[in-house]
Design a protein around this ligand. Sequence first.
Ligand code: IPM
Ligand code: MG
Length: 355
Amino acid sequence: MNYTIALLKGDGIGPEIVESAVEVLRAVGKKFNHEFEFKSYLIGGIAIDKVGEPLPKETVDGCLSADSVLLGAVGGPKWDNLGGNVRPEKALLGIRSAMGLFTNLRPAKLYPALKDECPLKAEIVENGFDIMIVRELTGGIYFGERGYRDGKYGEEAFDTEAYSRMEIERIARVAFETARKRNKKLTSIDKANVLETSRLWRKIVKEIAKDYPDVEVSDMLVDNAAMQLVKNPAQFDVIVTSNMFGDILSDEASQITGSIGMLPSASLGDTKRGLYEPIHGSAPDIAGQNKANPIATILSCAMMLLYSFDLKKESDAILNAVDKTLEQGFRTFDLARTTTPLSTTEMTEKIIENL
Ligand code: IPM
Ligand code: MG
């Protein structure tokens, strides 16, 4: 088969890790007889520098006409002092929204080979953990009304969290379907003791639950969830939560897998066209040094093959190659405590050898 993939390399380590992932996809194409065509578009800080805006129309059009999109990372200190509307991060929110990607799947699992990198006590992660975070991605406080106004004490800024029934229903359904394909256990995370949006969220999750009697569902407050994630991560199977809580909890979950450099993500909407990206940022401190861990981006490609192209065998081949490479003891800088670290390109080569 032929597939067109839009590449949004972005800033910092973005170009390096996307190049690695492209190499892996090329190798998969060769092995399984698929043709992947790659087209690069500007996004983030580099787009600001080159054309004066973080998300040029050409980029949006390119993504909407591709079969799928692979993104590196955006942002960096160079663009940190720009206003909210022209920041590189605005492009990320813009492309998620333009493509209608309301679901963000963020799997966080502990690789047996990385058990020693997990900062939790050995007895807590004895049996490992394998969590799928389903984060709502195009609503909530990220997209609510915001601005400045004259407050009681002078200058005041505000951001608003709003969720509609439609938005909650559709993400809840994705979460229940996801749980159904896994261990049938869903935890819905909110702040219903304080927030009205959370109370609506809870009510709707309970309604949708009636259609999924085979899935065991429970609610958890977000502060407790943050605690439970480090106390007993194995209790979670699928988590569903709002945009902001999902952002925060997925970083926490990544840290207990050993490194944020390991976590992929898939952003999906109503069509097969998804956007795949590592959950980590642009890591400007190590950009251009061939030091970044490419695994999160490579695993994001495995998610693309599965969710956008229905290529399960090919997706599994990547997962197995990553497993094997870690089992063989190869580590990048973020994970190499006791071994000599491999560079980004060396790690990529090892994974390709193991395909
Ligand atoms: C993420 C990132 C983004 C988010 C930022 C860069 C806007 O942290 O994908 O988790 O908050 O969604
Ligand atoms: Mg984040």
